[in-house]
Design a binder for this molecule. Structure first.
Ligand SMILES: Cc1cc2nc3c(=O)[nH]c(=O)nc-3n(C[C@H](O)[C@H](O)[C@H](O)COP(=O)(O)O)c2cc1C
Length: 184
């Protein structure tokens, strides 16, 4: 039986951030997740690091951003993930993840999440020229077969303004509610 004097440990959400022009708004997802009772840690791709305000993200989450593998013997900077939200998910990372490529820490975590049964959702952010590539459709099919829930982003033509306003960060939490209810 749980001790009523000890607050329940919150479930831990990894937000995987890729190198998209909208990545700088990831604080919106962190805020929404924290309001929904998640503790949050950010894992950025090496390219994605350049698109976010690392200091602000670390202040908001209270955890260091992970981007590179730790050295053997170094402590784990983040607790294990109860769920993962990839947002924004780039064309590049989606295709590599689906193909089982693990050449960034973010991809390594995502590739292992399937085998470890960690509930995972992805909100793609890419343009219609990227989405037209046959590999992209196949990658989404593969990820769905793996149980990954994919957001409803409709790609815009390259160079179209206003994408950031249409990106529904909160959809990550809506999707997680349907797959990760047991983790919370
Ligand atoms: C300003 C800028 C915005 C970009 N936005 C996107 C994007 O929204 N989606 C995408 O798939 N790629 C975008 N790219 C290209 C990615 O940054 C590039 O493919 C990168 O290699 C992705 O790396 P990652 O998947 O490891 O994060 C953008 C590049 C730049 C310079």
């Amino acid at each position: 039986m749980s001790d009523p004097t000890v607050p329940d440990k919150k479930p831990f959400l990894y937000v995987v951030v890729c190198a998209s022009g909208i990545a700088g708004d990831v604080g919106k997802l962190i805020t929404a997740a924290q309001e929904a009772n998640w503790d949050v840690g950010v894992v950025a791709t090496p390219q994605g690091l350049g698109f976010i305000d690392a200091e602000a993200v670390e202040a908001q989450t209270g955890y260091p951003i992970r981007s590179a593998w730790r050295l053997p013997g170094d402590p784990r900077p983040l607790p294990p993930a109860d769920a993962i939200a990839v947002a924004p998910a780039t064309f590049n990372t989606i295709n590599k993840w689906a193909a089982g490529i693990s050449d960034t820490l973010a991809l390594g975590i995502l590739c292992e999440a399937y085998g470890m049964g960690v509930p995972t959702v992805a909100l793609p952010c890419l343009n219609s020229a990227q989405a037209a590539h046959p590999a992209y459709r196949r990658s989404l099919d593969r990820l769905r077969e793996m149980g990954v829930l994919i957001g409803s982003w409709e790609p815009l033509r390259p160079g179209t303004a206003g994408g950031a306003d249409r990106y529904r960060w909160e959809e990550a939490l809506e999707l997680l509610d349907s797959v990760a209810g047991t983790a919370r």
